[in-house]
Design a protein around this ligand. Sequence first.
Ligand code: FES
Length: 102
Amino acid sequence: MNTPDLTQQPIAEDGSFEVQLQKSGQVLFVPKDQSILKVLQDAGHDVLFSCAEGVCGTCITPVVAGQPDHWDMYLTPQEQEKGDCVMVCCSRSQTARLVLGI
Ligand code: FES
């Protein structure tokens, strides 16, 4: 049986999802009430951030697979549509897994 590609599956009904870090392969669970930024920090990753409100763009992080759910006010609609980066301080995922290029 094939394992489903979580980057193509919708997120869980409770709003949680996973992020996978491309370089290490590490998979982290993002509960509905925590930001990707917080989950990365709790796992010991040093992520640059400033406003933590989706305004400044400091926390921009590349996305290599999965579809971000953008909540920031930094990216243009066209950039958001492209889906190749995400503001980890506020944005979430539309897919069960988001693979970050870090
Ligand atoms: S820290 Fe400012 S946009 Fe994320």
